[in-house]
Design a protein around this ligand. Structure first.
Ligand code: EPU
Length: 339
């Protein structure tokens, strides 16, 4: 049986990108897979509720956690195979996502460059199917391994089993809280095709004349740095709301009243609305409730200006939701998991 150290009254300040000063009653740093099945045999932690934390970049911790925080620190990254079309690359769930993306490029394996600089870990990426600048992780996903907490059993999930959607997967719904993802394998196509449709990326590439994976990586990093706050400086969890999807009928009615609404037509005929635009239009950009504020360069990002609590962020989010609903009859849904 593998050993682990049980930490008590453990500070989670460094384990959530909002920078909330909350504590866990108990915590365990998971550095080896074999520690996970062993959890079930330890009477000291019997019956405690569990919270799996990677980089903490998609959670709102509203208060101290009266259970066991599992801090995923499983490392390792390697090429595990290839077929005619793609190279398969596996990484431990605790690897930093951005460093992993940079490493794949350094190995001459492009395909993830549009997802540069997204905070968090490799293991968290499939949970909300991270996406940015014209690419979703699900498109590069091959499989993952996860250990079920209640049984200690190891499961392999393919793309279908993960049921990826827009910022959504099995692990956010039916599978929520039941598994620790231990490693993820990506399928990186051998023939590289740039994803450069996103306007900001296209513009920079056009000006520079470059069109290679490193240029896209560098451009994505620059665009993100210009728009999105660095959580090390200003605590945040990226976009706080999903971009809502509405029916064509609802969209037509909205468009008639708000001709400049920013929208993206979906393959099924529905319309995705830019939540940042809706929030901005309600006058929320830069406004605050105490130290919980709406970022002044991207209204979709809520920030902790210093000393805010998760409850204050939720209060701010609630006020925004009410205003957006009152003005546009559109329901915003939070992207991070709120605990
Ligand atoms: N806009 C405003 N005011 C604002 C913000 C946005 O008017 O304050 C309008 C602008 O017209 C802008 C449009 O909304 O062109 C869309 O904004 P942006 O390009 O910044 O993208 P987004 O829809 O707000 C989404 C993702 C981001 C991702 C970017 C780029 C969601 C919830 N968010 O944001 O993902 O980086 O596209 O692909 O889908 C995240 O999920 O944490 C995240 C940062």
């Amino acid at each position: 049986m593998s050993e682990f150290e049980l930490l008590c009254d453990y500070p989670l300040l460094a384990h959530n990108t909002f920078g909330f000063d909350v504590r866990a009653k108990h915590a365990i740093r998971l550095t080896e897979e074999a520690q996970i099945p062993a959890l079930g045999h330890d009477t000291r932690i019997e019956g405690l509720s569990r919270l799996v934390l990677g980089g903490g970049s998609n959670v709102v911790l509203t208060k101290d956690f009266d259970g066991l925080a599992l801090l995923v620190e499983l490392r390792g990254r390697r090429v595990v195979g290839e077929d005619e079309d793609a190279v398969l690359v596996e990484a431990g769930a605790g690897e930093n996502w951005h460093e992993f993306v940079a490493w794949t490029l350094s190995q001459g394996l492009p395909g993830l460059e549009n997802l540069a600089l997204i905070p968090g870990t490799v293991g968290a990426a499939p949970i909300q199917n991270i996406g940015a600048y014209g690419l979703e992780m699900g498109e590069r996903f091959e499989r993952l391994r996860a250990i079920e907490l209640s049984t200690g059993e190891t499961w392999e999930f393919d793309r279908d089993a993960c049921a990826f959607g827009y910022r959504d997967s099995f692990f956010k719904r039916e599978g929520r809280g039941r598994f620790v993802i231990v490693s993820v394998t990506f399928r990186l196509p051998k023939v590289w095709m740039p994803r450069a449709d996103y306007a900001d990326i296209a513009r920079v590439l056009q000006t520079s004349g470059a069109n290679d994976p490193q240029a896209i990586f560098d451009t994505v990093v620059a665009v993100r740095q210009a728009k999105l706050p660095d959580w090390r400086v200003l605590g945040n969890a990226g976009s706080f709301f999903k971009n809502p999807v509405v029916s064509a009928t609802a969209f037509d009615a909205l468009k008639a009243r708000e001709p400049d609404v920013v929208s993206y037509k979906q393959p099924d005929g529905q319309f995705k609305l830019a939540a940042g635009w809706l929030i901005d239009r309600c006058g929320w950009k830069g406004r605050a409730i105490g130290a919980a504020a709406v970022h002044d360069r991207q209204a979709l990002v809520l920030v902790n200006r210093g000393g805010a609590s998760g409850a204050q962020i939720l209060e701010l989010a609630g006020a925004i939701k009410r205003d957006v609903h009152a003005r546009f009859a559109v329901e915003l849904e939070a992207e991070p998991v709120c605990l």
